[in-house]
Design a protein around this ligand. Structure first.
Ligand code: AAT
Length: 292
């Protein structure tokens, strides 16, 4: 029986909700940071839910993980040193591993239990942890980046949950400043940036912080993920001052990467045309974002 008050009351999307038919509850637990639930759905495979919010499903995870990874990594010539914030499921690691130029992949995930649960129920994603270039740090990314060496990374991918709970500080200016410091000149950031249908103010705020912080370039891109609220999710692509970065057309196209398709499985969503299309914004979004 659905508790309607609770069901329609998420502050990130008040008055709406999305349902998936549950076949089996596979795991339910609580870490010091969040409630973790994994269930088998009828039509989207296994689903990971944190604090009542869908983080990924086996059917459509490719759209999110491939875009959040390849939009930044295909925009710079030879990414070598990459940091992932969040992403404890391993999906983004799996995608980074397709890039042969990458020498080190660091990941800072706050919740060891997310990592352990995903190893049990999402082997297609947690396979990302098996790459020998991966180095795991379990801890809060805010502290991690505060202490990160200056100019260390070519790319930082923020694959974080919504800004309620442990990811609250990840949308605030001091966090973006530590990211900019940790990037090399001309280094790039790709940050999960919510839905253009639901979060205009949040996106505008993040955009103005990023425009102040990253002098190279700042763009909004988006993609379709049916199981995220409103069915779309956006990304903020930012470049630090230095060698020029043009996000709008990939300089390091995935189609030319040697071995990119051998890393376990095929790319299902991303290609260079999808990359270029992701930056084309509907008229109302263009209007809302250009004045900020
Ligand atoms: N690739 C799956 C998508 C996610 S998972 C987000 C991850 O960020 C979670 O594992 C969570 O534990 C981690 N996280 C949250 N806060 C922090 C923090 N402060 N430091 C490090 N890791 C953190 C995101 C899906 C987006 C859903 C959009 N509605």
């Amino acid at each position: 029986k659905i508790n309607k008050v609770q069901y329609f009351n998420n502050p990130m999307w008040p008055g709406e909700a999305h349902s998936l038919k549950v076949e089996n509850i596979l795991y339910q637990g609580k870490s010091p940071y969040q409630e973790i639930l994994v269930f088998e759905s009828s039509t989207y495979g296994n689903v990971l839910v944190l604090d009542g919010i869908v983080q990924l499903t086996e059917k459509d995870e490719c759209a999110y993980q491939e875009m959040v990874t390849h939009l930044p990594l295909c925009s710079i010539p030879f990414p070598k040193s990459v940091l992932v914030v969040g992403g404890g499921d391993g999906g983004v690691l799996r995608e980074i591993a397709r890039h042969a130029s990458v020498e080190t992949i660091e990941i800072c995930e706050i919740d060891q239990l997310v990592i352990d649960v995903c190893k049990d129920f999402f082997p297609q994603l947690s396979i990302g942890f098996k790459d020998p270039r991966v180095q795991l740090h379990v801890g809060d990314a805010v502290d991690f980046l505060r202490n990160a060496p200056e100019g260390k990374y070519d790319a930082i991918i923020v694959d974080s949950s919504d800004p309620i709970g442990p990811a609250q500080e990840l949308v605030e200016k001091p966090f973006f400043q530590t990211i900019a410091r940790a990037l090399k000149p001309g280094g790039v950031l790709c940050n999960q940036a919510e839905s253009m249908w639901l979060h205009t103010h949040l996106i505008q705020d993040m955009l103005s912080i990023c425009r102040e912080t990253f002098k190279g370039a700042v763009h909004y891109a988006w993609t379709s993920v049916p199981t995220y609220p409103s069915g779309v999710i956006g990304f903020l692509l930012c470049a630090k001052e230095g060698p020029a970065v043009n996000f709008l057309s990939p300089v390091n196209p995935i189609e030319k990467l040697e071995g990119a398709m051998e890393a376990g499985r095929e790319i299902r969503f991303y290609n260079s045309e999808v990359h270029r299309a992701a930056f084309v914004l509907p008229t109302f979004v263009r209007r809302e974002l250009e004045s900020h």
